[in-house]
Every structure is written in structure tokens, then in C-alpha cells.
Write a protein that binds this ligand. Structure first.
Ligand code: NDP
Length: 258
């Protein structure tokens, strides 16, 4: 028998706690080993896959699963406007991440199979978690889209996504076609933090969590903070080691704070 109703709601709650634990455990592990992709890519973690198809395939489940769940879930809440809009925010992000971002990558380092599989599993897990909770269970008053929580969260999501896309654009343009090296990123939020793209992504998912007010969305935001916070710290240390003229006032992740 298919899991549904209170039993599935309980499962979604447990998966949310699981996501936070996974994020925290990864952050702990990442204190010792950098996440093996991009500049830390290594053959020790399996055969190397080209960056573009790896990003496309690993991120695609987070786009297709919520869309599939929304399409299949009979008496779905997604027909209600707040649920449809909130699910739309998630889908818009992953449409960009899975379909646009890989096409724009310039000479990205290959992804080890291990990292690819982890990212793929994460996208399946989280695609189901966010997709199912928003398409079937989260309940909102019909006025939710006019309420302060939604408006504040939506603005956070929007500004975060803009910072993320703009910062990734700055990074991409540090390389001319055919180049594979690294340079000091300048401009935009990089004037304040080394992990400007990560800061944008974290802001985006905390905005989403405020707009959704679900335990599932909060778990995703916390998991993103743990994982990308560690990656920002590693990048910051890496820049300080590689570039003598790296701006000393630049923080790691949060402007003026950290
Ligand atoms: P990075 O900042 O490590 O790299 C982004 C791209 O820019 C890569 O193609 C990289 O090349 C290139 N690049 C980075 N720094 C430089 C530099 N100094 N000079 C030249 N080129 C540079 O980001 P990630 O690859 O870790 O992440 C990409 C996107 O995915 C980000 O927007 C991030 O927020 C998102 N993401 C989200 C996660 C989540 O949990 N929600 C998890 C991981 C990523 P190369 O590959 O050769 O290093």
C-alpha cells in the first residue's frame, strides 16, 4: 500500500531532521576533507565525469521530482495558489541550476563519481521532501501571498537568487575560453565575502523557508548553510594561501560579520 496521510507526513518530518543531521555531519567531515569537486577534485573519489553533464544529471531530480509529484498528486494542495507559487520558487531555482548553469560553465574541473552520486542522491531526497510537502501537505490561508512572512521570504529568495547568479557570473568571467586557472574575484558581493555565490544561495533558501514556514524548507536552508558555509571557509583559506595580495578585509561568508 502506498504511504500517504499522517504516516507520510511523519516520514517527511523525519526526513527533515535527517537532512539537518546530514548537513551538520557533512560540515564536520568537511573540516578535514574539502568536498571533492571543482578546485579540490581528485581521482581518489572515483573516475572523473565532465562538469557539464554531471551538473545537469545530478541536479535534474530536484526539478523533475517536484514537477512529477505536483502533476500526479490527485487532490493536491498544489492547486491552491500559495502552494503552487511556493513550489514554483523551488522549481525556478532548479530549472536554472539543472538546465542553464551547466551550459554556462567555463572549463569547470571534472566531477568525481563519488561527488556526483552524493549530489544526485541529495537532489532526489530533497526534491521529494520539498515537492511532496508543498504539493500535498502544507496548509496556508488563501491570503498567504499577501502576508508579511511570504513577502519577506519571497524578497529574501529573490535577492538571494540574484546574488547567487550574479556571483557565479563574475566567477565564470574570470576565465577566458580554454583557461582553467583561478583569479581573485572582484566586484558585486565578492568585495565583502569570498563565498559570495554561496551567501546568495543560503539567503535564497532561508528566504524560501520564511515564505513556506515548513519544517522541510527550514531543514533544507540549514543543510545548505552547513554545506556551503564549510565550502566558503575552504575557498577563503585557499585564496589566502594562493594569493599574497588577497584582500585582507574580505570576510568568509556573511558581509562584515564572518
Ligand atoms: P565554486 O565557487 O567552487 O565554482 C563555481 C564555478 O566558478 C566553477 O566552474 C569554478 O571552476 C569557477 N570558479 C570558482 N572560483 C573561481 C576563480 N577564483 N577563478 C576562476 N574560476 C572560478 O562553486 P560550486 O561549484 O561549489 O557551486 C556552484 C553553484 O552551485 C553555486 O551557485 C552554489 O551556490 C551551488 N551549490 C549549491 C549547493 C547546495 O547545497 N544548495 C551545493 C553546492 C553548490 P572549477 O570547477 O574549475 O573550480
Amino acid at each position: 500500500q502506498r504511504l500517504s496521510g499522517p504516516a507520510e507526513q511523519r516520514l517527511l518530518e523525519l526526513l527533515s531532521y535527517g537532512l539537518v543531521v546530514l548537513g551538520a555531519a557533512s560540515a564536520l567531515l568537511l573540516c578535514f576533507i574539502p568536498m571533492p569537486y571543482g578546485r579540490y577534485s581528485s581521482r581518489r573519489f572515483g573516475c572523473l565525469l565532465p562538469a557539464r553533464p554531471a551538473w545537469l544529471l545530478q541536479e535534474l531530480p530536484a526539478l523533475l521530482i517536484p514537477l512529477g509529484l505536483a502533476a500526479c498528486s490527485g487532490a493536491a494542495r498544489v492547486a491552491e495558489r500559495p502552494n503552487g507559487v511556493l513550489l514554483g520558487l523551488f522549481v525556478v531555482h532548479y530549472a536554472h541550476r539543472a538546465l542553464v548553469f551547466p551550459l554556462l560553465i567555463r572549463e569547470g574541473k571534472p566531477t568525481p563519481l563519488f561527488t556526483f552520486v552524493l549530489a544526485l542522491l541529495f537532489c532526489v531526497y530533497n526534491g521529494y521532501l520539498q515537492g511532496r510537502s508543498l504539493s500535498n501537505y502544507a496548509k496556508y490561508p488563501s491570503t498567504w501571498l499577501k502576508e508579511p512572512f511570504f513577502i519577506a521570504g519571497f524578497l529574501g529568495w529573490l535577492i538571494g537568487m540574484a546574488i547567487n547568479i550574479h556571483s557565479d557570473h563574475i566567477l565564470r568571467n574570470l576565465r577566458k575560453p580554454g583557461e582553467t586557472g583561478y583569479a581573485i574575484p572582484r566586484g558585486g558581493m565578492f568585495e565583502y565575502v569570498s563565498g559570495a555565490n554561496f551567501f546568495g544561495e543560503i539567503l535564497e533558501w532561508f528566504g524560501f523557508a520564511i515564505a513556506c514556514c515548513t519544517i522541510q524548507s527550514l531543514a533544507f536552508a540549514l543543510c545548505t548553510l552547513f554545506i556551503l558555509g564549510s565550502r566558503a571557509k575552504q575557498h577563503h583559506q585557499w585564496y589566502l594561501e594562493k594569493f599574497e595580495d588577497y584582500p585582507k578585509s574580505r570576510k568568509i561568508l556573511i558581509p562584515f560579520v564572518y
